[in-house]
Design a protein around this ligand. Structure first.
Ligand code: GUN
Length: 284
């Protein structure tokens, strides 16, 4: 049976480290803060945003929430982003995705000051990730690396297979694994004989967005399986991309959903907010 990778526990340790550092900034007279912008009524986004507020409170950050109506225009949102860029009490800015269809996500993400871009979605930060000159780490991929480190799972020389090529997870995940000397394969919807690829994985990362996508026959016995999926099944229950019970029988370690990657993503966001605050203090 696989060892369960407890994301909640590892995330709590990361947040505790952040909290200690935030205390120090506060003692020096700073009140670091994160602005979270939510546009519209996406129910999942609402949950994510309220979780981020809880995390901010736990770590000692001020959190500034901006909830805008569904019909907000691109220009109105841009105006808010510009205002937050210029606001010295705001160290990090997160615009929750997805945005309503009248707003171009790229235009908004490009408008966020790279120094406050705690999601690491701005092209400047994406480029930095590519060359390994990090300012901010992308939250979910960095959370995965943090978990592997916490479990003493060596990446060096391992065959790492990532399923999914999104800008948020798949692509940066491949890059971070590569920076840690993994041999990386990124699979996607056009990959031929996917199971043949995934069975090569020593470390398999599923970021597909489909409940139960990864079955036992796709996994090499002894592999480490990381499930980035957050899906609702027919019963409305939160489930990952991996058929947990059957894959746990043969994997050496596996992340549960919930309680795996999700809490780690949130913890890295807090760490990025701390990084932003420290960097801005330095450049004052
Ligand atoms: N929507 C889903 N995941 C994310 C994320 O990591 N950041 C933002 N801003 N929106 C998201």
């Amino acid at each position: 049976m696989a060892e369960i990778i407890d994301g909640k526990k590892i995330a709590a340790q990361v947040k505790e480290e952040v909290r200690t550092e935030v205390e120090k900034l506060k003692a020096a007279g700073m009140k670091p803060g994160l602005a979270v912008v939510l546009v519209g009524n996406n129910p999942a986004s609402r949950v994510y945003v309220s979780n981020k507020e809880k995390d901010c409170a736990e770590c000692g950050f001020a959190s500034y929430e901006y909830a805008l109506p569904e019909e907000t225009t691109e220009e109105e949102l841009l105006e808010l982003v510009r205002k937050l860029n210029d606001d010295s009490t705001v160290n990090g800015i997160l615009v929750q995705l997805p945005l309503p269809k009248q707003i171009c996500e790229q235009t908004i993400l490009h408008a966020i000051s790279p120094a406050k871009d705690v999601d690491a979605f701005h092209p400047e930060n994406v480029g930095r990730i590519m060359i390994g000159d990090y300012q901010f780490l992308p939250c979910t991929p960095a959370g995965v690396i943090e978990m592997l480190d916490a479990m003493n799972i060596d990446i060096n020389g391992k065959h790492c297979v990532v399923i999914g090529r999104s800008n948020i997870v798949g692509k940066p995940m491949g890059m971070l694994l590569l920076h840690r000397n993994g041999t990386v394969t990124i699979c996607h919807s056009r990959t031929k004989d996917l199971a043949e690829q995934t069975r090569q994985a020593d470390i398999l990362v599923a970021a597909v967005g489909k409940a139960g996508f990864v079955t036992k026959d796709m996994v090499k016995p002894g592999a480490v399986v990381i499930d980035v999926g957050m899906n609702r099944n027919e019963a409305g229950k939160l489930v990952g991309d991996v058929c947990y019970d059957e894959v746990a029988e043969i994997a050496s370690a596996i992340t549960p959903v919930p309680g795996g990657v999700g809490p780690m993503t949130r913890a890295i966001l807090m760490r990025n907010t701390l990084t932003a605050a420290k960097n801005q203090l330095k450049t004052k």
